[in-house]
Structures are given as structure tokens and as C-alpha cells.
Design a protein around this ligand. Structure first.
Ligand code: ACO
Length: 427
């Protein structure tokens, strides 16, 4: 505690403790506000409210900084691997070589899913959105893995965490295979986490699948860039669901449902669709004008962020990865030219400059994923796969937090005051 914030409400004066994080803004502790004054605070969208304390991820949106356990995202994207970042996020420190080998071994041994789950997939329509399948199948894991649903048992929590991280690529690849009518491909544990996912997605039983190291590295980097992002909507959903004591599979399914929305995980799909709709560089001014028009609901997808009021540091790495992947695949996608030109124009346009609207992580990711061969409907699924690591880390942190309580926001009631029931014949 570094001081107090004095608040006067009517004839009451209250001294509220001010808390300091290791870095970042001070936080006014209002836990006693209601008890001492009878008043609530009002903050729709939680724009000024810290809902928990966390030691996992730090964002400085004005500076464009993203740190995982203190390490900058660009260093992790360049030097680390997704599984190493998963270890870092869930356990707090970078692993030694032995620790990473053991962790990789453990995750790899959990990659298969219960055979009965295959029948669950067959209950879905073939044209179901893969995110709809993900919500259902991940939620259903709690019906298959009873031995890791007791949240009060640390060992079960660890096993559930390993299962979720390990099985998500298998579940995601199966959602894709089901949608295109190809047989499911079982995991191959001789491959890396990401190589295995690529093979389960793009391999077929009739041929050997050779993992391209450039694509494997690009995909791994995309996973790193999406692994965690502090108390975003889906992570807060996971925490809120978990605060009631719900099992981890149910909580992660809730996170997936939240991530599906176009303002969150669905934005990369929306961004690519928008770039395709723009189509050519000469049509950009028309779309910029629409984005600025107050009477037009159109927004530049992949632009703007609730927290970043500067360049999203993940977007920089994503742009570089897009260059590498397109070069490797020999793809010259005109959409990439549209994206670069749109970014250039928007960043010099007064409207976007004044509102501090910069490209976010989703602006370039769709171009890369499309070049690799993913249909747009899979984009959010890939995001969910990667973010599972962050959800699991945050869920575990919450369970271990002695200050954790069931999440129960209050409200500013604007409905009718008390009134007496009127019989239907008198209305
Ligand atoms: N295009 C045009 N104008 C925009 C955009 C955009 N992409 N984003 C924000 N604005 C404008 C708003 O119209 C608003 O203008 P006003 O003050 O004149 O009313 C102002 O900028 C502030 O916008 P808000 O919606 O209030 O900002 P908020 O922080 O609530 O929204 C959000 C953030 C939802 C990400 C928003 O920028 C957006 O809709 N972007 C497009 C969707 C997108 O790319 N989402 C991905 C987010 S990243 C992720 O989930 C991984």
C-alpha cells in the first residue's frame, strides 16, 4: 500500500487504500466502499477496474508493451517456443533444459483424446462452425476426464491443465477434419507440438505428411503471440466461471464461447474478410471514409484495441511473419498489399491518429493463416488453441489466490421501483 485516496460522498469521508503493483498504474482498493457508504462504483466494460491481482502478464497499452512473467513478447516470439512459453506462463519461470524436456514429454503423452469423443463429433452437422464444435467438445471433456475435475486437489488441477493444453490441437484439428469430411488423424508424438497440429490438420492417411519448418515456426510464433493477454474478455470469463468452483473443462469452454465474438477472437476472420472485400488498393479511401462516418456502423477490423493506444507489439511480429510465410510459399497475395497500404493510410489519417487506433494482432494474422491453408472459420479456433495456455495459467492462479471470491458484480438499477401486481383484466 502506498497511500490513500480520500473520497467524499454526501456527508461521509472515506480513506481508501491505494495499492501498488510491481509496475503499472496504482489501484484504489474499493472493497470497503459499499460496507462503509452503501454506494457502488459504475464501470461498464471494466475500463477502470482491476478484477484481480495477477503475476502472469503485464500490458502497458500507451507504450505498446506486453510482458509475460516479465519477458517482452518480441523476445519470446523470436527466441522461444510455444511449449516453453506455456511452461513460463503456467509455472512462472523459464524452464531449464531438463524441465522443458520433462514438460514436453508430459504434454505429448496427453495428446490423444478419448475414443468415445469421436462419436460426439459425428453428432454435429458437417457445416457446423468449428467454434461451435469447440465449445461443445471442450465442455464435454468434463464428462470424459472425471479424475481431473476436483478443483480442490492440486494434482487433479495439474493433470487437467496438461490435458487441456495437450488435447486442444487434437480437438481443433478434428473440428477441421470433420468439417471437410476427411478422416481424423491421430497425433504423432515424434513431432513438435505445432508440427503435430499441422499434420493432424493437413495430413491424410493416404500419404506421408512432411512438416515444413518455416510454416511450423510461423505457426508456433502465432501461438506464442496469442498465448495470454492479461484480463481480456475471454480470460475474465474463464475466471468468472471458475470463481464459482466450476471444473476447468467447463471454464475453458466458457472462455471459448466468449472468444468467438467478432470484437474479440473473431476479429482476425473479420479482418481478412474486410481486406478481401476491399480487394484492391484503389478502394481503400472508400473504406477509410466509411470507418470515419458516424452514421455507418462499419469499423476497420484489426484496428483499435481496448488497451493498446499504440502499435500492438504483436502486430509487428505478425507483419514480419507474414513476410516470411508468403516468401516461403511463393504466394503473392494482393490482400497483403491492401493490408500494408491500408495500414500506411490509416496511420497517417487524423481520425485514426487522434483516436490512437493502430493495427492489432489480428490485422496480419488472417493473411498468414490463409496462406498456410486454413479457412477463415478456423482462425478463431487457432486463437482458442493458443489462448488455452493463458486461460489455464490464469485459472490456476485464481484458484490459488486466497483473496479469490465468487465473482458477483453489482448494478445501477434503472427499472421500475416497487409496484403492486395488477390482474390481467385490469391492465
Ligand atoms: N474503426 C473505426 N473506428 C474505430 C475503430 C475501428 N476499428 N475502433 C474504434 N473506433 C472509434 C470508435 O468509433 C470510437 O469513436 P468515438 O469516440 O468517436 O465514438 C472510438 O474509436 C473509441 O472506440 P471504442 O469502441 O469506444 O473503443 P473500445 O476500447 O471500446 O473498443 C475495440 C476496442 C472493440 C477493439 C474496437 O477498437 C473495435 O471494434 N475494433 C475492431 C475489431 C477488432 O479488431 N477487434 C480485435 C481486438 S484485439 C483482440 O481481441 C485480440
Amino acid at each position: 500500500m502506498s497511500g490513500q485516496a480520500r473520497m467524499t460522498l454526501g456527508d461521509k469521508t472515506l480513506d481508501l487504500p491505494v495499492l501498488d503493483g510491481s509496475i503499472g498504474p496504482q489501484v484504489v482498493d474499493i472493497r470497503k466502499l459499499y460496507g462503509q457508504t452503501g454506494a457502488f462504483t459504475y464501470d461498464p466494460g471494466f475500463t477502470s477496474t482491476a478484477s484481480c491481482q495477477s503475476a502472469i502478464t503485464y500490458i502497458d497499452g500507451d507504450e505498446g508493451t506486453l510482458l509475460h512473467r516479465g519477458y517482452p513478447i518480441d523476445q519470446l516470439a523470436e527466441k522461444s517456443t510455444f511449449l516453453e512459453v506455456a511452461y513460463l506462463l503456467t509455472k512462472g519461470e523459464l524452464p531449464t533444459k531438463t524441465q522443458l524436456d520433462e514438460y514436453s514429454y508430459t504434454i505429448t503423452r496427453h495428446t490423444m483424446v478419448h475414443e468415445q469423443l469421436l462419436h460426439l463429433y459425428r453428432g454435429f452437422r458437417r457445416d457446423a462452425h468449428p467454434m461451435a464444435i469447440m465449445c461443445g467438445v471442450v465442455g464435454a471433456l468434463s464428462a470424459f476426464y472425471h479424475d481431473s475435475t476436483d478443483i480442490d486437489d492440486p494434482h487433479q488441477r495439474m493433470v487437467a491443465s496438461h490435458r487441456l493444453i495437450a488435447k486442444m490441437p487434437t480437438i481443433a484439428a478434428m473440428a477441421y477434419k470433420y468439417s471437410i469430411g476427411q478422416p481424423f488423424i491421430y497425433p504423432d508424438n515424434s513431432l513438435s507440438y505445432t508440427g503435430n497440429f499441422l499434420r493432424m490438420t493437413f495430413g491424410v492417411p493416404a500419404e506421408d505428411y512432411v512438416v515444413d519448418p518455416v510454416i511450423e515456426r510461423a505457426m508456433d510464433r502465432i501461438f506464442i503471440l496469442h498465448a495470454d493477454h492479461e484480463q481480456n474478455a475471454s480470460t475474465s470469463t474463464v475466471r468468472l466461471a471458475g470463481s464459482s468452483g466450476a471444473n476447468p473443462f467447463a471454464c475453458i469452454a466458457a472462455g471459448i464461447a466468449c472468444l468467438w465474438g467478432p470484437a474479440h477472437g473473431g476479429a482476425n476472420e473479420a479482418a481478412l474478410n474486410m481486406l478481401r472485400e476491399i480487394g484492391t488498393v484503389d478502394r481503400i479511401p472508400e473504406f477509410i471514409a466509411r470507418a470515419k462516418d458516424k452514421n455507418d456502423p462499419f469499423r476497420l477490423m484489426g484496428f483499435g484495441h481496448r488497451v493498446y493506444k499504440n502499435y500492438d507489439p504483436r502486430a509487428k511480429v505478425m507483419q514480419q511473419t507474414a513476410n516470411e510465410v508468403l516468401a516461403k510459399l511463393g504466394v503473392s497475395d494482393p490482400i497483403f498489399d491492401v493490408a500494408r497500404e491500408l495500414e500506411r493510410i490509416a496511420l497517417s489519417d487524423e481520425y485514426f491518429v487522434e483516436k490512437k487506433l493502430y493495427p492489432n494482432v489480428d490485422f496480419y494474422s488472417g493473411i498468414i493463416l490463409s496462406a498456410i491453408g486454413f479457412p477463415t472459420s478456423m482462425f478463431t479456433v487457432l486463437f482458442a488453441l493458443a489462448r488455452t495456455v493463458g486461460w489455464v495459467a490464469q485459472w490456476n492462479e485464481m484458484i490459488g489466490d486466497p483473496e479469490q471470491k465468487i465473482g458477483r458484480p453489482r448494478q445501477l438499477y434503472t427499472g421500475a421501483p416497487r409496484r403492486d401486481y395488477v390482474g390481467i383484466d385490469k391492465r
